[in-house]
Design a protein around this ligand. Structure first.
Ligand code: SAH
Ligand code: SF4
Ligand code: F3S
Length: 485
């Protein structure tokens, strides 16, 4: 395994290897030389801060990036007063972009006080040429820019910046490469995301993700399983399988394997307590998957099934490839097989051409399905997507009023649905000490609902039975069953 490579044994005076990941370990060793010189000069290790915007895919990438930085010798900090600051950006909605530009101004003031500071940008925003142009033009203090396809190259890019002392820009338009066996620094000791595929082929008409994350690529099942087994051996009990559309996993593998087939194999891994996955596209959710969810031992009874809109007309314009009726039918089928399933969703309000009737259809789906929770978004125009050039954009005030109505409805239903397990005893995976209540810990049910209950730090990372005594709408207050106290 390359993960165990001793950087001291790498000959950094020879030419860099051409194959991966050996090449990156070579550059990690090179960068470490710089870190050692830094330590001698400053009497401390350099500190690195990664700020993550966006989804779990980015959060996972940030863990990999921090893994590389730590191997080089950086010390992790959550504070931007650091020697290396990396923003892992998101561009799914315009406000995500604005936040990055705002924060960059702040970083500039920090860099003026610490001129040796290295500022790097990566992630989905950097895959958009107009963004990179803007940064080159107006944010010249940025040192390194890279994209979503080459995060594994971080050490090589830092080395390039240290050598040439000018902005390094390395963006790949596309890749079919999946580089395995690089270090990673996990945020939680007991749970972890695991990529099963990268990219998206769906091209929903509003969405920028396929343009910035490239075409679908699945990881080999052997690599996925080996990674999970290693995680379990390190104490991980819960994993979240990650992909933009996990239901189309496996199509480009040499020996095709369905997502349901993969899930079944993962369910057999000893020591793993909980398996989650996201995201499922309704058009690809198979009967086989429902069957596996029903029969598997460790697959959580939770499904995130983005509906986006309840109007068949709008769904067609969104290129979602299902109708309102098909979505409702699918929900019925899942509920019949797994009656205690928690369903969550994503909804967009104000897609171009959305009429009052279309919006009423969305409310209707929300009322019929009764989601455990729903992430609601105001439609955001993304340059380069088909929806951006649609003419009938909905006026802002109309969208805002609809959004408020939807949110009210979603929250009302959610607080009713979330209380359904009140006065029962359920297993809770303890995630940490409670931030607000002394002597309490916080954990999650199988269906992802948060529970607070009296307990000690030693419980973190364990599954314990908890009596759900009081529902607070979106979370419970509970008490551990006596035999576990
Ligand atoms: N792959 C996932 C979602 C990725 S993006 C899926 O297919 O469901 C997460 C959510 O952001 C989407 O489900 C959608 O609801 C929302 N979203 C994506 N593009 C958007 C846009 N242009 N405006 C508003 N919301 C958007
Ligand atoms: Fe975007 Fe649709 Fe792909 Fe999800 S499935 S990432 S919404 S294009
Ligand atoms: Fe954002 Fe990229 Fe995820 S655009 S939502 S970080 S895939």
């Amino acid at each position: 395994m390359h993960n165990n490579i001793d950087l001291d044994k790498i000959d950094i005076n020879s030419a860099p290897p051409t194959e991966e990941p050996a090449r990156q370990y070579y550059f990690m060793a090179k960068c470490r030389q710089w870190v050692q010189a830094f330590e001698q000069k400053n009497g401390r290790r350099p500190v690195a801060c990664i700020q993550t915007f966006g989804c779990q895919m980015n959060a996972k990438d940030s863990e990999k990036l921090m893994g590389i930085l730590e191997r080089i010798g950086f010390h992790e900090t959550g504070d931007e007063h650091a020697d290396f600051v990396l923003y892992n950006t998101c561009t799914v909605r315009e406000n995500a972009n604005q936040r990055v530009y705002g924060r960059l101004g702040y970083l500039n003031t920090l860099k003026k006080k610490n001129p040796d500071m290295i500022i790097a940008l990566c992630g989905c925003m950097m895959q958009e040429p107009h963004v990179v142009e803007k940064i080159k033009k107006s944010y010249g203090f940025v040192d390194i820019i890279f994209g979503t396809h080459n995060i594994f190259k971080l050490a090589e890019l830092i080395h390039g910046r240290l050598q040439h002392k000018k902005m390094v820009v390395d963006i790949w338009e596309q890749t079919d490469q999946v580089v395995e066996e690089l270090p990673t620094e996990r945020k939680f000791p007991f749970k972890s995301g695991v990529n099963i595929m990268f990219g998206c082929n769906n091209f929903c008409s509003y969405c920028i993700v396929p343009y910035v994350r490239g075409r679908e690529r699945s990881r080999n099942p052997e690599d996925i399983i080996a990674e999970i087994e290693k995680l379990v051996s390190e104490g991980v009990v819960e994993i979240m399988l990650l992909g933009q559309n996990v239901n189309s996993y496996g199509k480009n593998l040499k020996e095709p394997l369905s997502f349901a087939g993969l899930l079944k194999r993962i369910d057999g891994i000893k020591g793993l307590e909980r398996i989650r996955f996201m995201t499922s596209h309704p058009k690809d959710l198979s009967d086989e998957l429902i069957e596996v969810m029903k029969n598997a031992e460790h697959v959580c009874h939770h499904l995130h099934l983005p509906v986006q809109s309840g109007s068949t007309r709008i769904l067609k314009a969104m290129n979602r490839r299902y109708t309102k009726e098909q979505y409702l039918e699918l929900v019925g089928k899942i509920r019949a097989a797994v009656p205690d399933i928690s369903l969550t969703t994503d909804i967009i309000v104000g897609f171009p051409g959305e009429t009052k009737e279309d919006f009423e259809d969305t409310l209707d789906v929300v009322r019929q399905v009764r989601f455990d929770s729903a992430f609601t978004f105001i439609y955001s125009k993304r340059t380069g997507t088909p929806a951006a050039s649609m003419e009938n954009q909905v006026p802002e005030d109309v969208v805002k009023a609809r959004f408020d109505r939807l949110l009210f409805e979603v929250q009302k239903i959610s607080s009713q649905v979330c209380a359904r397990d009140l006065h029962t005893t359920k297993d809770v995976l303890v995630e940490g000490l409670d931030d607000h209540l002394e002597g309490f810990v916080t954990g999650r049910l199988d269906n992802n609902t948060v529970v607070h209950f009296p307990g000690e730090e030693s419980l973190v990372g364990t599954l314990v039975p908890v009596r759900l005594e009081e529902s607070k709408g979106f979370y419970y207050m509970g008490r551990m069953e006596p035999e576990n106290q």
